[in-house]
Design a protein around this ligand. Structure first.
Ligand code: AMP
Ligand code: GLY
Length: 427
């Protein structure tokens, strides 16, 4: 099967690694890809948002199946375009992708479907949002830009001044380039976050193993949020009882709501959860795989990923039995100096070639120049370690990290440590 994979991050390298394992793969094209994906297929110099360019390439190359990694092409309507042209694509159409591209739309879906989530208000004018904050009885309160904001549109405001400032950024300073002209203000959820992804073909869904991301830049969850500094899977905070609850209270009602509204959702549903004891709320939905969670969820999947994706586009996902491998996987992200603010680029990376097998390297913001590997993004690469349990997977991942260096590299030393408090407790 000829596959086109869209995107250039660590998530896409991780997807490419899984696709490459399939005996059914005849050729793999990645647009635009990265030096990691270049080792597994052919990188094609088309940006992920150039959806007409991607369609032209897919038609010309007679691609059998396209898989969309990031949210931007989904929000731009790539799946509508491909479906109209009669091509098979994994990823929701523009209307379904609003699950991620509009927080207001997503919250309204949750409300209609009865999915547990924080209570909220929706505002399109600054003055009424200010009045709401002035009258807010409780802080922290959470201010969210409605549209896509590269993970930067959410402020957990600990006081009134911070909340008002966040509103200013949305309505007056327009720092999210239009994405903040509509704002959600919601109550603060306490607990610990975890994410569960599900494959969905519009008729049924199949959940994957739960993962836990580490969003803050510094150890102990300190400092500003990033795209994710590391993750592990499975996440013991998601007990079988909680996983069952998520199926029954999140995925099932969401799919039923899609059906009721005539939305055919063929893609990944990412449920970002807040877990507090037996209380589970949805913090957000995304319309794609998570990054860096994909790097540590997919290595557990024993079922051929091409079989799963093919079943999705053919509407027969219910016939597939997902098989998962035991053990644990941990990934530690190495990021550029200055990230998540403005960061340095072009630093020479050494040691990557020595990290193969277990642990191994997943590329994200890297580029090859004259046979040198250089940094080119905020999150540069991730080292994935696997083991019989989380502790041995952590050891393996950090052994790899210790072999790799570039000037100003930032990484957390405590990825996976959170799991231990759940493992030491009888569940
Ligand atoms: P989102 O983009 O909606 O996932 O928000 C980004 C991050 O902000 C989440 O991963 C949480 O850490 C935090 N966050 C968002 N909404 C809430 C909430 N209602 N209560 C507590 N934390 C939140
Ligand atoms: N790891 C968070 C995300 O993919 O949105």
């Amino acid at each position: 099967m000829k596959i086109l994979l869209i995107g250039s991050g660590g998530r896409e390298h991780a997807l490419a690694i899984s696709l490459f394992k399939s005996p059914r793969l005849s050729s793999l094209f990645i647009a635009p890809g990265n030096p990691g994906t270049a080792q597994l297929g052919t990188n094609v110099a088309i940006q992920d948002t150039d959806i007409s360019g991607l369609l032209a390439f897919a038609v010309e190359t007679q691609i059998d199946l396209t898989i969309v990694g990031p949210e931007a092409p989904l929000a731009a309507g790539i799946s509508d375009l491909f479906i109209e042209a009669g091509l098979a694509i994994v990823g929701p159409t523009q209307i379904g992708a609003q699950l991620e591209s509009s927080k207001a739309w997503s919250k309204a879906m949750m409300l209609k479907a009865g999915i547990p989530t924080a209570s909220y208000g929706e505002f399109t004018d600054h003055v009424s949002a200010i009045t709401f904050i002035e009258d807010a009885p409780l802080f922290p309160i959470v201010v969210k830009a409605d549209g896509l904001a590269a993970g930067k549109g959410v402020t957990v405001a600990t006081d009134k001044a911070m909340a008002l400032n966040a509103l200013n950024d949305c309505f007056v300073n327009d720092v999210f380039s239009g994405a903040g002209q509509k704002v959600i203000i919601e109550s603060f959820l306490k607990g610990e976050e975890a994410s569960i992804f599900a494959f969905c073909d519009g008729k049924s869904f199949k959940p994957m193993l739960a993962a836990q991301d580490h969003k803050a830049i510094f150890d102990g969850d300190k400092g500003p949020n990033t795209g994710g500094m590391g993750a592990y899977c499975p996440a013991p905070i998601v007990t079988p009882a909680i996983a069952k609850m998520v199926n029954e209270q999140v995925f099932e009602p969401l799919l039923a709501q899609f059906k009721a509204e005539g939305i055919h959702y063929c893609g990944i549903i990412y449920a970002g959860l807040m877990i507090d004891g037996n209380d589970v709320n949805v913090v957000e939905f995304n319309a794609r795989f998570g990054d860096p969670e994909t790097q540590i969820v997919l290595p557990h999947l024993k079922t051929d990923l091409i079989d799963v994706f093919e079943a999705m586009v053919q509407g027969r996902l219910s016939e597939i039995e997902l098989e998962w491998l035991p053990g644990a996987a941990v990934c530690v992200v190495m990021a550029s100096e200055g990230y998540p603010g403005s960061y340095a680029k072009g630093r020479v990376i050494t040691g990557v070639d020595s990290v193969t097998g277990n642990p191994y390297v997943v590329h994200a913001g890297t580029k090859r120049d004259d046979n040198q590997l250089l940094t080119s993004g905020g999150r540069v690469l991730a080292v994935v370690g696997q083991g019989d349990d989380i502790a041995s997977a952590i050891d393996s991942a950090y052994k790899g990290v210790d072999c790799i260096s570039f000037e100003g590299a930032q990484f957390r030393r405590d990825i996976g440590a959170k799991a231990s408090k759940w493992l030491n407790r009888s569940l």
